[in-house]
Design a protein around this ligand. Structure first.
Ligand code: AMP
Length: 236
């Protein structure tokens, strides 16, 4: 079976496979980006990282790109309207029967309400909500040592990687603008004030807490099980 087929496969033979949305929640540094790219490379599942998408937009040499760069560098959240538009156009274009992981959305209660309306308007089921929970002191340590490839965005930790070059494409490993000490504090506060209340609203509604202070491979295996992806299906 190919990855293309697998993306659509989690139902028994003859059963209609539903399009489904997975919400991957976690504070900055919780490993959302790492897990969603591992799931994409191993199982071909689609991911939309609003943070990565906004960072790309912010590289544009336009007044809008400049404003966005300033917002991201400050650690504040970007306006709900822009982010909702990006997510809605991706969900509307989702081929039938596919799974999409949203990494970093919704982050405010307005975004969560918007998503609820969008999914119910499209006749889609409630999302599966996965929350990577990591203690604050571990997040602070991870963010202080996080480096990103300037070319492809692959994430590394200085704690486990001494090289200054990306293993994928040799790009320089740099600190993200928003991983400096003061900005980290602001981003964590934004998560606690704006996003944790959203996570709490999902508890009891298709919600799973994932212990996030573990090796990445262990977490991927747990997510794989929850999403119903099998290695044999990829290899076959
Ligand atoms: P992330 O890579 O998920 O940590 O996101 C990086 C930055 O992008 C955040 O600090 C916000 O400024 C912005 N961002 C990402 N997702 C959202 C969202 N759903 N709503 C508002 N701002 C967002």
């Amino acid at each position: 079976m190919t990855k293309e087929q697998l993306k659509k496969t989690s139902a028994a033979p003859g059963e209609r496979v539903q399009t489904r949305i997975i919400l991957l929640f976690g504070a900055p540094g919780s490993g959302k980006g790492t897990q969603s790219s591992l799931l994409t490379s191993r199982f071909g599942v689609g991911t939309l990282s609003t943070g990565a998408m906004l960072r790309n937009e912010a590289r544009r040499r336009t007044p809008a790109g400049f404003r966005l760069r300033q917002t991201l560098a400050s650690g504040a959240l970007v306006g709900d309207e822009l982010v909702c538009e990006i997510v809605a156009s991706r969900i509307r274009a989702l081929p039938s029967g596919e799974t999409l992981i949203l990494d970093g959305f919704p982050r405010t209660s307005k975004q969560a309400e918007y998503l609820d309306r969008l999914l119910s308007g499209m006749g889609m089921p409630e999302p599966l909500v996965l929350h990577l929970d990591v203690p604050r002191d571990v997040l602070l340590r991870r963010l202080a040592t996080r480096r990103e490839c300037a070319k492809c965005g692959a994430v590394y930790s200085l704690a486990s990687n001494q090289s200054s070059r990306c293993q994928v494409d040799g790009g320089a490993l740099v600190e993200r603008d928003d991983d400096s000490e003061g900005v980290i504090a602001r981003r964590l506060s934004a998560f606690e004030a704006e996003t944790l209340p959203v996570v709490e609203c999902y508890v009891g509604r298709n919600y799973r807490r994932i212990e996030g202070n573990r090796p990445a491979a262990e977490i991927t295996t747990e997510l794989q099980g929850l999403l119903g992806f099998t290695d044999s299906a990829v290899a076959a």
